[in-house]
Design a protein around this ligand. Structure first.
Ligand SMILES: Nc1nc2c(ncn2[C@@H]2O[C@H](COP(=O)(O)OP(=O)(O)O)[C@@H](O)[C@H]2O)c(=O)[nH]1
Ligand SMILES: [Mg+2]
Length: 346
């Protein structure tokens, strides 16, 4: 990779670190908007489920790791004229809209969808509670085709529909991919880092986005907590490394509580769970540093800057940081994969 490429990644990573993603959910009370917000973020307690907020006229915002998910109050020309609604609830701010339904659509939802279409906004229909649908003698495919046709009939055109169940987890991966597919650039990176992974493929995307972030983080030094590295003749900024490790752990949703719980279920993974916790301390970073030999650092740096002749101190510390962060990402990825394989849920 040439230096110019690195510069591009650095700029993107910096932007994505600061660029939130705004997702709006609308639909009838009880359709499962709150449950879907928890599912998308992978935070089961982020929003209280089963509490109707149809009486409120406020937009309800929930944030997790740079993802803003908002539950919009019912659209109704009786309550707000279209322009007022758009202005009051800052409709222009959203990157994507999810129209959540668990049965028949209401006229208000259709009107709002048409409005969004007119404004050039992307909206995905989420047909939730698919687990509760059952028709004797009908296959899943038939059932879905029929629901899709019904929706198209009500709306007056064929629309993008994702079928989900917050209860069984069915369709959640498809939903994440549909959202991801409608985002571009730094918004997409942000989403991939923050959204819960329901498949190995999505986890792979998360790892990739984290690696790009690490490339950026490795180049940042706040010179807050410089610690000399024996044998390499440089000092690394332990404070900056710890900060990046914390964000990476967030991206994989590896809180101490989850790691502890999983270590009990899967004792084979207890050492790696402990490692993820203990490396994210000053002592842990120092211990990690001792593992990396000078030659390894040089090889790593040359991978990113092939043209580099003699290794300046800055490049060496960049190389050390990359080694540490990638090592950390690999640990996080490994345990997250196993959590996924074992259908681990908090
Ligand atoms: N069977 C089933 N129940 C669900 C599903 N999603 C949500 N629910 C339940 O439906 C109720 C309403 O969900 P909630 O997320 O609060 O809906 P909201 O009013 O649109 O925010 C709660 O009791 C949820 O547990 C689902 O996919 N399947
Ligand atoms: Mg709700």
């Amino acid at each position: 990779m040439a230096e110019a490429d690195y510069e591009e990644i650095r700029q993107n990573a910096e932007k994505s670190a600061k660029t939130p993603v705004y997702i709006a959910l609308f639909g009838q009370p009880g359709a499962g908007k709150s449950s879907l917000i928890n599912a998308i973020t992978g935070k089961p307690d982020l929003v209280k489920v089963g509490v109707g907020n149809d009486e409120t006229f406020e937009r309800e915002d929930h944030e997790w790791n740079g993802l803003f998910l908002s539950d919009l109050p019912g659209y109704g020309t009786a309550r707000f004229p279209a322009d007022k609604y758009r202005e009051k609830f800052k409709i222009d701010q959203f990157d994507i809209f999810l129209c959540v339904t668990s049965g028949k659509l209401k006229e208000d939802d259709i009107l709002f969808f048409r409005q969004l279409r007119q404004d050039g906004k992307h909206c995905i229909f989420v047909r939730n509670k698919i687990d509760a649908e059952y028709q004797p003698g009908q296959t899943d495919a038939d059932l879905r085709a029929r629901i899709k046709e019904n929706l198209a009939q009500q709306i007056g055109e064929s629309v993008e529909v994702v079928f989900t169940s917050c209860r069984t987890g069915e369709g959640l991966d498809e939903l994440q991919n549909a959202i991801e597919g409608s985002l571009v650039g730094v918004k997409r990176d942000r989403f991939n880092r923050s959204a819960a992974a329901y498949s190995k493929e999505f986890l792979e995307k998360k790892k990739k986005a984290c690696r790009e972030y690490a490339l950026y983080a490795a180049g940042v030094s706040a010179a807050a907590n410089m610690v000399p590295v024996p044998g390499l003749g440089i000092a690394v900024d332990v404070g900056a490394i710890l900060g990046a490790m914390g964000l990476i752990r967030n991206d994989f949703n590896l809180t101490e509580a989850r790691l502890d719980k999983f270590a009990h279920i899967a004792p084979n993974f207890a050492p790696i769970a402990n490692q993820i916790i203990s490396f994210a301390t000053k002592e842990g970073v120092l211990q990690l540093l001792k593992r990396f030999a000078a030659g390894q650092v040089v090889a790593e740096v040359s991978k990113f800057f092939p043209g580099i002749g003699s290794l300046v101190a800055g490049a060496v510390s960049f190389g050390v940081n990359i080694l540490i962060l990638n090592f950390y990402i690999d640990d996080c990825y490994e345990i997250a994969s196993e959590m996924l394989a074992k259908h681990f849920r908090d």
